[in-house]
Ligand binder design. Structure first.
Ligand SMILES: Nc1ncnc2c1ncn2[C@@H]1O[C@H](COP(=O)(O)OP(=O)(O)O)[C@@H](O)[C@H]1O
Ligand SMILES: [Mg+2]
Length: 254
C-alpha cells in the first residue's frame, strides 16, 4: 500500500488514480491517488467530513466519481462499461454503520439473498454457506430470527456474515461499531480481528477504535480535505506522525 502514483504493481487490488468527487460546490475528494495491495488491512482515519465514507461508497458503486479512474483487481470500476463494473463490484463487500439488514427477511434469507440473486448459487448451496458463516459469527442458532429480534451487536454480526457470503476479495468496514451499545463493541471487534487473522481477505476500515486499528492495520492513511496527507504503518502514524493535522486529529480521538 502506498499513496504514490507510480506504475501499477501486480498485487494491487484497489487503485484510485486522480479521483475527484464533488457534491455541488464542495470538492470532497481532490485528485486522490492511493492503492491497496492484496491481503493488506488498511485503515482510513481523518476528521469527520474528510471523505472516508465517500471512498467506500465509490468502491460499492453507490457514488460515481467526477474525474479519475478506480480499478479493482485490474478491472475498471470507473469509468467502465456496465458489465466490467459489475464484475469488479462483485469482488467487494461492505458492512455499514447502521447494519442495513433487510428487516422483513429472516437472518438466513438476509445472507442467502445476494449469493442466489447475484452469484447464481442454488438455494441449498447458499443456505449451506450461510449456516457456516452464522456459526463463524456465533449466531448458528438464530437463522430463523428477524433482525428486530436481535441486539445491535448480533445484527452487525449478521451484516458481516452477509458481506462474507459473497466471498469478496475486499471487505469494506465503515465505522461498524459506532452505532452499538458500548458493551457490544468488543465482541464485534474481536470477530473482525479473527477474520483479519484467519482469512486472506483484504480489508479497508474506517474506524475511531484506534486500538483496533493499531492491532489489525498494515497501513494507516490519514485523510484531510479529500487527500491522503500521510500514510504508513500504525506504529509510525499513531506514535510519531509527520503532519501537524495528524497530530491534532489523534490528540482529539486518542
Ligand atoms: N450524497 C451527498 N450529498 C451531498 N454531500 C455529501 C453527500 N455525501 C457526502 N457528502 C459530503 O461530503 C463530505 C464528505 O463526507 P463523507 O465521505 O461522509 O466523510 P467522512 O466519512 O470522512 O465523515 C461531507 O462534507 C459530506 O457532508
Ligand atoms: Mg463517514
Amino acid at each position: 500500500m502506498s499513496a504514490d502514483t507510480n506504475a501499477t504493481t501486480p498485487d494491487e487490488l484497489i487503485r484510485f488514480e486522480n479521483v475527484t468527487k464533488r457534491f455541488g460546490d464542495s470538492t470532497v475528494l481532490d485528485d486522490l491517488c492511493f492503492s491497496v495491495r492484496s491481503g493488506r488491512h488498511v485503515t482510513l482515519i481523518g476528521p469527520s467530513g474528510s471523505g472516508k465514507t465517500t471512498i467506500l461508497r465509490l468502491l460499492m458503486t453507490l457514488e460515481t466519481p467526477d474525474e479519475g479512474t478506480i480499478q479493482v483487481n485490474g478491472s475498471r470500476l470507473f469509468p467502465a462499461a456496465e458489465k466490467e463494473r459489475r464484475e469488479a463490484r462483485k469482488k467487494i463487500g461492505m458492512v455499514f454503520q447502521q447494519f442495513n439488514l433487510f428487516p422483513n427477511m429472516t437472518v438466513l434469507r438476509n445472507i442467502t439473498e445476494a449469493p442466489v440473486r447475484v452469484l447464481g448459487l442454488s438455494k441449498d448451496e447458499a443456505e449451506a454457506r450461510a449456516r457456516e458463516l452464522l456459526d463463524l459469527v456465533g449466531l448458528g442458532d438464530r437463522a430463523d430470527a428477524k433482525p428486530t429480534q436481535l441486539s445491535g451487536g448480533q445484527q452487525q454480526r449478521v451484516a458481516i456474515a452477509r458481506a462474507l457470503a459473497m466471498r469478496p476479495q475486499v471487505l469494506l468496514l465503515d465505522e461498524v461499531t459506532s452505532a452499538l451499545d458500548p458493551e457490544l463493541v468488543a465482541g464485534v471487534l474481536d470477530l473482525l480481528r479473527d477474520i483479519a487473522r484467519t482469512t486472506d481477505i483484504t480489508m479497508v476500515c474506517v474506524t475511531h477504535e484506534m486500538n483496533f486499528a493499531r492491532d489489525i492495520s498494515d497501513d494507516v492513511l490519514m485523510f484531510d480535505s479529500g487527500k491522503v496527507i500521510e500514510s504508513g504503518p500504525p506504529e509510525k502514524i499513531f506514535s510519531d506522525p509527520e503532519h501537524e493535522r495528524t497530530r491534532e486529529f489523534l490528540g482529539a480521538v486518542l
